[in-house]
Write a protein that binds this ligand. Structure first.
Ligand code: PNS
Length: 164
């Protein structure tokens, strides 16, 4: 059983995340989309809402035999991966600017749990500029984000807009 975790904030899930999930699925039997419960951040969506949104979308993905699960965790990613009996941590790289941060995290996670490898997937270039932070910012200022986040996520974001 090849199990991986795909950790992140997912506030909210973007099409870039889905692209990484799709690309990583042929390599694993099971991927746990692991939503970080970070009490230091003021998110747009609660962890439960994020889990619900991801849970609605992942059954529509063709996992090519890979099962997708969604869960949340607090604390260290490496510890969560170990506890879940995962052998890999999946992360996406959009551009060279992601590399340094991702490298430091991967090395730290390896130091914490040497048996777990971080595996990187290059996101489609169409999503190279897509981040949850940018999506929220543009959306809240009235810009268009269609094609960059799932429709159901966009609808939930719309319900967050203040009444005009
Ligand atoms: O979606 P993000 O914000 O890029 O995800 C970052 C995440 C959740 C993978 C990272 O912040 C993380 O692993 N946090 C958990 C705490 C931890 O393990 N820190 C040490 C990592 S080196």
């Amino acid at each position: 059983m090849r199990r991986a975790i795909f950790p992140g904030s997912f506030d909210p899930l973007t099409n870039g995340h889905l692209d990484v999930l799709r690309r990583s699925s042929p390599l694993f039997d099971e991927i746990i989309v692991a939503v970080l419960n970070n009490p230091d951040k003021a998110p747009m969506f609660s962890v439960d809402e994020r889990i619900e949104m991801i849970g609605e979308i992942i059954p529509t993905l063709d996992g090519k035999g890979c099962r997708f699960i969604v869960d949340s965790f607090s604390g260290l990613t490496a510890e969560f991966a170990k506890r879940m009996n995962a052998t890999a941590i999946v992360r996406g790289i959009r551009a060279v600017s992601d590399y340094e941060y991702e490298l430091r995290m991967a090395l730290m996670n390896r130091k914490l749990e040497p048996s777990i490898e971080t595996v990187f997937f290059m996101a489609d270039e169409a999503y190279s500029y897509v981040s949850s932070t940018l999506m929220k910012q543009v959306f809240l200022l009235g810009g268009r984000v269609d094609g960059l986040i799932p429709k159901s996520v966009e609808e939930r974001m719309r319900s967050r807009l203040p009444e005009k």
